[in-house]
Ligand binder design. Structure first.
Ligand code: SAM
Length: 247
């Protein structure tokens, strides 16, 4: 059908694609892709020959206008990213906004996202979670952002580049507290999928020792354990111990 189809694609394992995603990609007039080479591999694997067009958020107003005009002419365009769900730390928001403003149909075709995949494997509470995506790359800005996140009353889900993981975990342990439970999910859905679980101090120490991991990672961080004595509780405990001993 005409309009914009936002299609989720695999995050590693090529089998993680829905029947609906494949039929939408096959039936579209064009597939808008972040990196046409990456998407060409996926389409070729499933024998899909739909033409590809490069689209990134910085493609600019001109490209978006042309795509909107094509859809107004009745074309069906499918938007994908390199992996996972478009718009989730990936291009597409401006195009979806423009399509809605133009009165075009926007149809989501759900599928994998590294964020949800990591969350369900982390073993941390899932009733409330906050997706942060990527933190700032510089330590100062990253710590400031972590200080804001410290007050979020739920599990945090963050993306990180593998080479920044050791320093990011060190900053997180320092700003959020070393006893928070956390997990690092690596190479999800791929051959070397691993989930390391521990607390922030432990994971920070592990990655400080091992160095950056190979492959892609998602960091999931739980809220502070309720029984862990914070600095104030510690002071309180000291006072109570002293009082008890003085008796
Ligand atoms: N839109 C994508 C999604 O919904 O999964 C996320 C795109 S974002 C640019 C890329 C980040 O997602 C990586 O830096 C990593 O944090 C995470 N990621 C993607 N694939 C992954 C995988 N197979 N295993 C672990 N993390 C992954």
């Amino acid at each position: 059908s005409p309009g914009l189809h936002v299609v989720a694609t695999p995050i590693g394992n090529l089998k993680d694609v829905t029947f609906r995603a494949l039929s939408t990609l096959a039936a579209a007039d064009a597939v808008l892709a972040e990196d046409t080479r990456v998407t060409r591999t996926l389409l070729a694997h499933y024998g899909i020959t739909t033409p590809l067009v490069a689209y990134h958020e910085h493609s600019g107003e001109g490209v978006r206008e042309r795509m909107i005009a094509r859809m107004k002419d009745g074309e069906a365009l499918a938007l994908v990213s390199d992996a996972g769900t478009p718009l989730v730390s990936d291009p597409g928001f401006k195009l979806v906004q423009a399509a809605i403003e133009a009165g075009l149909a926007v149809t989501p075709i759900p599928g994998p996202s590294a964020a949800i995949t990591a969350l369900v494997a982390a073993g941390l509470p899932t009733d409330r979670f906050f997706f942060e995506g990527f933190l700032p790359q510089k330590s100062g800005a990253r710590r400031n952002r972590l200080a804001v996140l410290a007050g979020v009353p739920g599990t945090l889900v963050l993306f990180e580049a593998p080479h920044r993981l050791p320093e990011m975990l060190a900053d997180a342990a320092e700003v959020l507290g070393s006893t928070r439970p956390a997990a690092v999910a690596r190479e999800l859905t791929k051959l070397f999928e691993t989930v390391r679980r521990g607390d922030l101090a432990g994971l920070a120490a592990e990655y400080a020792a091992s160095g950056p991991p190979k492959g892609e990672v998602v960091v999931v961080i739980g809220t502070a354990p309720e029984d862990a004595p914070g600095p104030e509780a510690d002071a309180d405990l000291d006072a109570r111990l002293e009082a008890a001993l003085a008796r």
